[in-house]
Ligand binder design. Structure first.
Ligand code: PLP
Length: 479
């Protein structure tokens, strides 16, 4: 009975037929009129009050509360945001390459724009089983917050794997983060304040640039060549400016796929030492190697405390796990842990346990081996297709990672090419996304070779080639 009364009044309030500030009958009166117990009516009112639909004014009665804010779609044209919102600078996000591609409604769109491996290879079934096993095995413990440093067995496993790769470390120096993006954010927020200078290689990872800009840092760019970051330029900048952090991806760099040569690695470390600057080493795809010998990580060459090492399970496994980690030694480690705790308490405990189980039973290594095998073939397919269909461009064939960086013939802009490529049914990441505004270059583009089958890669490159022809044959001059 009380639910019937509650439902009737709720519908009246939500539909507007009971306007704001309408006085409802007193519970005693309504109960009498309906021939019910007063408690029944009071219960109905209590439910409506708990949902914020009515309120009582003491000594006066029960009233309908002003209506909720209408949903976005119903907002009138003259709707006024609260004052603090009106002070916000309007920001309309531009379409991503994939959104642009989707908007063309091409019957068989092929994206080479994404930043991860092929989601069709994600080990969904294995992971499903492992999550079930972990919940059965650990019960409640898997669902508590857990240690802010991260699940201890996972830190032990990571320390073990890193040790086997020449980066000796201890579990107590590892901090599990919610993706390596969080590791980047923790470091930047902890060590730098607005206006401080951070040195990046250009081109560089767009997500790092977004972060540094969001934190109002001043971005100092140093170009890379086929050997990676140009160390002479780094030294010049260190001489001229109070650089507070060097952010670098020495292995299969995003977006170029280039590796920093071993001698430059040593020189970079020596500079960091001389100028007392921390290095943030982002090793996001270090394990996706298709040929050649592994070079030592900067962290492996660090005699202690100069390099903070970042890595992630996003590229080698699955990005939606949001599990990454950093390795730091010295007093900075505990500061990072405290800051991590203050930021989000801890990374998902259940997911960490599942990742640990997955790695420990050897599935991760098997998955990596398989991914490397498949991605190597796809890289080769892309290099062949580029040679065949894009003779006018320049590339440095990558020996690992996910990307090929394509330099267009002089004077062409990848941003202008992008809409034409999307019309032709393919998307890429335009070069401008990888440069800070003051050193913007737009003559190159990034292609992901890992996310599509070889035949689709060939087709996508053919489409890119036709878009490029259309573009260089004067389309851009007209528009
Ligand atoms: C170079 C690099 N570092 C870090 C990240 C962040 O990845 P995640 O937070 O998923 O670990 C990415 C993602 O694209 C990346 O390309």
């Amino acid at each position: 009975l009380y639910r019937q009364i509650e439902g009737f009044l709720r519908q009246g309030i939500l539909s507007g037929s009971l306007a704001a500030e309408t006085r409802l009958p007193a519970t005693r009166t309504l109960a009498r009129d309906l021939g019910l117990n007063r408690l029944t009516v009071e219960t109905a009112y209590a439910e409506l009050q708990a949902d914020g639909l009515i309120y009582t004014r003491s000594g006066s009665g029960t009233y309908v509360l002003p209506r909720f804010q209408p949903a976005a779609a119903d907002r009138p044209a003259d709707f006024a945001w609260p004052l603090w919102q009106q002070e916000e600078v309007p920001h309309t996000p531009s379409l991503t390459p994939d959104e642009l591609l989707a908007a063309t409604r091409h019957p068989q769109p092929l994206s080479l724009a994404i930043g991860t491996g092929d989601s069709r290879l994600f080990p969904v079934k294995d992971f499903h089983k492992i999550v079930q096993t972990v919940i059965r095995r650990d019960g409640i413990a898997a669902l508590e917050y857990g240690d802010p440093r991260g699940y201890a067995p996972l830190r032990r496993t990571i320390a073990h794997v890193l040790g086997s790769q020449g980066v000796p470390t201890r579990p107590d120096n590892i901090l599990i983060t919610s993706g390596s993006q969080q590791g980047l954010a923790l470091m930047a927020q902890l060590l730098l304040k607005p206006g401080d200078e951070v040195l990046v290689e250009t081109p560089t990872y767009g997500g790092a640039l977004d972060l540094f800009r969001a934190l109002n840092l001043s971005i100092v760019s140093v170009p890379i060549d086929a050997q990676g970051l140009q160390i002479d330029h780094v030294e010049q900048q260190l001489q001229q400016r109070p650089i507070k952090l060097i952010y670098t991806m020495p292995t299969f760099q995003n977006p170029t796929g280039i590796c920093l040569s071993t001698s430059r690695r040593r020189r970079l470390l020596a500079l960091a030492d001389r100028y007392n600057v921390p290095i943030l080493e982002d090793d996001f795809v270090g394990d996706l190697r298709y040929e050649g010998r592994a070079q030592p990580a900067l962290k492996a060459l660090d005699s202690g405390g100069r390099v903070i090492y970042l890595s992630t399970f996003s590229k080698m496994l699955m990005p939606g796990l949001r599990v990454g980690f950093l390795v730091a030694d010295g007093p900075i480690y505990n500061r990072l842990v405290n800051f991590k705790r203050a930021s989000d308490l801890a990374t998902s405990n259940l997911t960490q346990r599942a990742v640990e189980a997955y790695v420990t039973i050897g599935r991760y290594q098997a998955h990596l081996r398989r991914s490397c095998q498949i991605y190597r073939q796809r890289r080769d397919a892309m290099l062949t297709a580029i040679k065949r269909y894009l003779p006018g461009v320049q590339i440095d064939p990558p020996r690992g990672g996910l990307f090929v960086w394509v330099r267009l013939p002089a004077g062409l802009s990848s941003s202008q090419l992008l809409p034409l490529a999307c019309e032709a049914g393919m998307a890429f990441a335009p070069g401008r996304d990888f440069f800070p505004p003051d050193s913007l270059e737009d003559n190159a583009l990034r292609l992901n070779f890992a996310a599509q089958h070889p035949a689709d890669i060939e087709e996508a490159i053919k489409r890119l080639s036709s878009a490029l022809h259309r573009y260089s044959n004067g389309f851009h001059k007209v528009h």
